[in-house]
Design a binder for this molecule. Structure first.
Ligand code: NAD
Ligand code: LMR
Length: 325
């Protein structure tokens, strides 16, 4: 139950691991919004990671006793190499992710202010929606504190990849753990652009099936929101996806070569100032943006269709910080 999970989290609030012969660097990871639907299972999954030496869990609710409320936030963040932010409200049926802006923009801005002051070198992984706006908000806040390094700020879009991998594997009878479909663009409706033509292993679909699959991937979050009928949005799959992304970041900062993940970052690949593409990760975050690759005509049209909403979402985030902070 949620109560049991909360009690377990209390026990895990600061978990120290001994590093013996692995040679790996000990990483403190902070989760901001750790009591929530995503935060609880994400924290439990991170607790299993041999790359995490300390797990600092923060929320404004009382369940997590270690770091509870704004007075304890900087203690939570101190020394963190990675900060994951799933804090904020989720959608209810009938809402778009942009409808969350009014509540979540301020939450992210305040949390990032604390990150800028306390652990400005941390890798920041933002889960809170609307990701297309919360990432530019975070960047603008970091700039105000002279703490912005575009290589270290990520909007977590991994759930779109997890879903694409699952749906393609299901359609083609493949082992999902061996399927990899890049998803580019942003993280809302038409801004989610699955690049099925670049799937590994290569798969072929009739035009109509490709279109149906693409629409399903773009609407998968809404499908979950409707199925939960007012009880929130995807939590367990998101926890799985965020743990996968954070694990890749940790492996890369530990020196592993060739780690590639898609994420929503500052970008010059298209005319949008933030855009998700496959990224080569290294010790300092984004080492190389691997770009769009070859898109088939259908995907190039998806890209065109995504631009207006994506640009609007980004501009809204930038304007919010310029006007309020
Ligand atoms: P939830 O309501 O279950 O949990 C959110 C938690 O955030 C709560 O425990 C709440 O107390 C906490 N919180 C609120 N304000 C805070 C603050 N200022 N500081 C610290 N904690 C704070 O919601 P959830 O289902 O966990 O979803 C969280 C967010 O993640 C939502 O915005 C949702 O839209 C988003 N989300 C993103 C993706 C993605 O793919 N990027 C996927 C799923 C959900
Ligand atoms: C998702 O894709 O599941 C999340 O962005 C949550 C949502 O609101 O759909």
């Amino acid at each position: 139950t949620a109560a049991m999970a909360s009690r377990a989290l209390n026990l895990f609030t600061i978990c120290r691991r001994q590093f013996g012969t692995t040679g790996s660097l000990a990483s403190r990871v902070a989760v901001l919004g750790a009591s929530g639907g995503i935060g609880q299972p994400l924290s439990l999954l991170l607790k299993q990671s041999p790359l995490v030496s300390q797990l600092a869990l923060y929320d404004i609710q009382a369940e997590v006793s270690g770091f509870d409320g704004p007075a304890s936030l900087s203690d939570c963040l101190k020394g963190s190499r990675v900060v994951v932010i799933p804090a904020g409200v989720p959608r209810k049926p009938g809402m778009t992710r942009d409808d969350l802006f009014n509540t979540n923009a301020g939450i992210v801005a305040d949390l990032i202010t604390a990150v800028a002051k306390t652990c400005p070198k941390a890798m920041i992984c933002i889960v809170t929606n609307p990701v297309n706006s919360t990432v530019p908000i975070a960047a603008e806040i970091l700039k105000k504190h002279n703490a912005y390094d575009p290589r270290r700020l990520f909007g977590v879009t991994t759930l779109d990849i997890v879903r694409s991998n699952a749906f393609v594997a299901e359609a083609k009878g493949l082992d999902v753990s061996k399927v990899s479909v890049p998803v580019i663009g942003g993280h809302s409706g038409v801004t989610i652009i699955p690049v099925i033509s670049q799937a590994v292993p290569s798969v072929s679909f009739k035009a109509q099936d490709r279109e149906t699959l693409t629409t399903r991937i773009q609407n998968a979050g809404t499908e979950v929101v409707n199925a939960k009928a007012g009880a929130g949005s995807a939590t367990l799959s998101m926890a799985f996806a965020a743990e996968k992304f954070v694990d890749s970041v940790l492996q890369a900062i530990d020196g592993k070569r060739g780690v590639i993940e898609c994420a929503f970052v500052e970008s010059t690949v298209t005319e949008a100032p933030y855009f998700s593409t496959p990224l080569l990760l290294g010790r300092d975050g984004v080492e190389e943006n691997l770009g769009l690759g070859n898109l088939i005509e259908f995907e190039a049209k998806l890209l065109q269709a995504a631009m207006p909403e994506l640009q609007q979402n980004i501009a809204k985030g930038v304007k919010f910080v310029k006007e309020r902070y």
